[in-house]
Write a protein that binds this ligand. Sequence first.
Ligand SMILES: [Zn+2]
Length: 200
Amino acid sequence: MLVWAKRIGWGIGALLLLLALTFLSLVRITVQPASPSVSQSAAVEPAAPPVAANGDPVALIIPVEGVAVRQLSDTWGQSRGGGAREHHAIDIMAPHGTPVLAAASGTVEKIFESVNGGHTIYVRTRDRAAVHYYAHLDGYLVVERQVVHQGDRIATVGNTGSAQGGAPHLHFEIKLMQSGEGWWQGRNINPYPLLRDADR
Ligand SMILES: [Zn+2]
């Protein structure tokens, strides 16, 4: 009789413990989402200017002296050469001889005379992730292998190449590079959204 009573007592004890644990786990689950710390940590931090690992500002500058963001227009995807090709660049209109500025720091990798581009410059960015291509230039202010800093005058605006006879402007391309790719390779992205967010 005593043995049975003991067993029933243990059984009830175990059952109570199970109930207590179940209750606690329910309380934890229901309480956690109500905790205010989650929403507070998502609050917006004060904005700091973005800086790359090498200390360069990530933002590009508009690569033509004196041109403001509101003067830019998105010319990506326009038809060129009578429909022969799509425009994978931005054209920035400016008077003949206006200084062309390095959109970002890097190294002049190639100065090239091209049928369509006329006088052109290819600058590999310092992080080597992109090549910036400047075309229809009038004159050069840099040489190959020269290190340039963002904002340096590298050339002047002209209308060489396929722009001959038309309004002078800078044809500017941004090409994302895989490691090992040459200046003539890369995958073009639209410069307009990046320049629209430029520092000035
Ligand atoms: Zn163009």
